[in-house]
Ligand binder design. Structure first.
Ligand SMILES: NC(=O)c1ccc[n+]([C@@H]2O[C@H](COP(=O)([O-])OP(=O)(O)OC[C@H]3O[C@@H](n4cnc5c(N)ncnc54)[C@H](OP(=O)(O)O)[C@@H]3O)[C@@H](O)[C@H]2O)c1
Length: 333
C-alpha cells in the first residue's frame, strides 16, 4: 500500500473469482502502472489454472487469502451480486481499495456498510459502471440541459439480451439474479445521470421466472420538474442497447450508451435538422481501473461515489417493490 501515493509506483491488483467478465479487465489491470499480481478462486486448482493461462504470478484457493496479501493494493470483485458487499467490506478492512462490479449492493444497508468501511479504513470503494468513464454520458447530459433539444422532458433506455445459459447466477434469486439488477441497472444509472436528479417515485411491471427473478422489466421513473424516464431490460429479447433523450424541441439518440466505442456518436434531431456529435473516450474498461488508482493516490473521490450508488440502488429496490405490489413507490427521502 505504501506506494499508492507515488504516481510512478506500481498499483497492484488482485481478482476475486474466475468470472467470465475478467476477460474484459485483465488487459486494463495491466496497463501503465497497473500490475495484476494475484487471482483467487474457491478452488485452488481453478485459480492456478487461470493464473497460469493469464500469466498472473500468484494464485489463492480462497478470497480471504488474497485480501490478506500485502503485495495487493486493490481488488477487483466480479463475484455474484449477493456477495459484493461482504467482500468489499472485508477487502476494505484489509486495507485494499475496491473496484466492485455492478450492482455493487442489493439494498441501501449494503451501501451504508461500504461507506462506513471506506471511511474507517481510508480506502476507495467504487461501483464498476465502466460507461460512466467515457465522456459520452457527460456530453449527453450537457446537451440535455443546454437548450439543444429545448426543455428536457424524458429519457428512454433499453438493455436486453437473450440469456440462454441454464444455471447462470442471473437466474438465482438468492445470488441477486434478475434482469433489473443485471442490466436494468444501466438505463437507470444513465437516466439518473442525465436527469441530474434522484427520482421521487417509480412504477414497474415485470415477468417473473419460476425461481422468482424478473426475466423482463418495464419501469418508469418520476424526477422533479416533470422529467420522466422509461426503462426496459430483459433476458428474453434480442440484444439491444439504446438511450433516447426527449426534449420539447428535439431529441438525442445514443445507440451504444452502455458500451461506448472509443469514438462514439450522439445523433441530434431538432425539428427537421439531423446532426451528429462525436465524443472520444478511453478504452471501455480502462477508465474505471485508472480512476481507482488516481482516487487512491490523490484522496479525491472516485467518479462513481457510493452516494451515487446509493441513489441507484434505492431506485432499483423501489422499482422491484413497485413491480411486486403494483403500487407507485416513493423513494426514501
Ligand atoms: N461491467 C460489465 O461489463 C459486466 C459484464 C458482465 C458481468 N458483470 C458483473 O460481473 C459479475 C460477474 O458476472 P459473470 O457473468 O462474469 O459471473 P460468472 O462468470 O458467473 O463468475 C462469477 C464468479 O464468482 C465466483 N463465485 C463465488 N461464489 C459463487 C457461487 N455461489 N456461484 C457462482 N459463482 C460464484 C466464481 O469464481 P470462483 O469459482 O473462481 O471462485 C465465479 O467464476 C456480476 O456482478 C455481473 O453483474 C459486469
Amino acid at each position: 500500500m505504501a506506494g499508492v501515493t507515488d504516481i510512478a509506483a506500481p498499483f497492484c491488483w488482485g481478482i476475486l473469482g474466475v468470472a467470465r467478465i475478467n476477460r474484459s479487465l485483465v488487459g486494463p489491470l495491466r496497463q501503465g502502472r497497473h500490475q495484476l499480481v494475484a487471482v483467487a478462486s474457491r478452488s485452488l486448482d481453478r485459480a492456478r489454472a487461470y493464473a497460469d493461462a493469464q500469466g498472473i504470478p500468484t494464485a489463492y484457493g480462497s478470497y480471504a487469502d488474497l485480501i490478506a496479501d500485502p503485495a495487493v493494493d486493490a481488488v477487483y470483485i466480479p463475484l455474484p451480486n449477493s456477495m459484493h458487499v461482504e467482500w468489499a467490506v472485508k477487502a476494505a478492512a484489509a486495507g485494499k481499495h475496491v473496484l466492485c462490479e455492478k450492482p455493487i449492493a442489493l439494498d441501501a444497508t449494503g451501501i451504508r456498510q461500504m461507506q462506513e468501511a471506506a471511511r474507517t479504513h481510508g480506502v476507495v470503494i467504487t461501483e464498476a459502471f465502466m460507461y460512466r468513464h467515457h465522456p459520452l454520458v457527460a456530453k449527453v447530459t450537457a446537451l440535455a440541459h443546454d437548450g439543444t433539444i429545448g426543455r428536457l422532458q424524458g429519457i428512454r433506455g433499453t438493455f436486453s439480451f437473450p440469456l440462454d445459459r441454464p444455471g447462470d447466477t442471473r437466474f438465482d434469486a438468492g445470488l441477486g439474479g434478475g434482469s433489473l439488477w443485471d442490466v436494468g441497472c444501466y438505463p437507470v444509472s444513465f437516466a439518473r445521470t442525465v436527469a441530474a436528479a434522484r427520482p421521487l417515485a417509480v412504477q414497474g411491471a415485470a415477468a417473473w421466472s419460476e425461481g422468482d427473478v424478473d426475466l423482463s422489466f418495464f419501469g418508469q421513473l418520476h424526477f422533479p420538474g416533470n422529467v420522466f424516464a422509461q426503462i426496459h431490460c430483459s433476458f428474453e429479447s434480442p440484444f439491444k442497447t439504446e438511450v433516447e433523450v426527449i426534449g420539447s424541441e428535439g431529441r438525442l439518440l445514443i445507440r451504444h450508451p452502455f458500451k461506448p466505442e472509443i469514438t462514439e456518436t450522439i445523433e441530434v434531431q431538432r425539428g427537421d435538422e439531423h446532426t451528429t456529435v462525436a465524443v472520444d473516450g478511453p478504452p471501455l474498461y480502462q477508465g474505471e481501473v485508472d480512476d481507482v488508482a488516481e482516487a487512491a493516490r490523490t484522496g479525491r473521490p472516485p467518479l462513481v461515489t457510493l452516494a451515487d450508488s446509493l441513489d441507484n440502488t434505492e431506485t432499483l429496490v423501489a422499482l422491484l417493490e413497485a413491480a411486486r405490489t403494483g403500487a407507485t413507490v416513493a423513494l426514501p427521502t
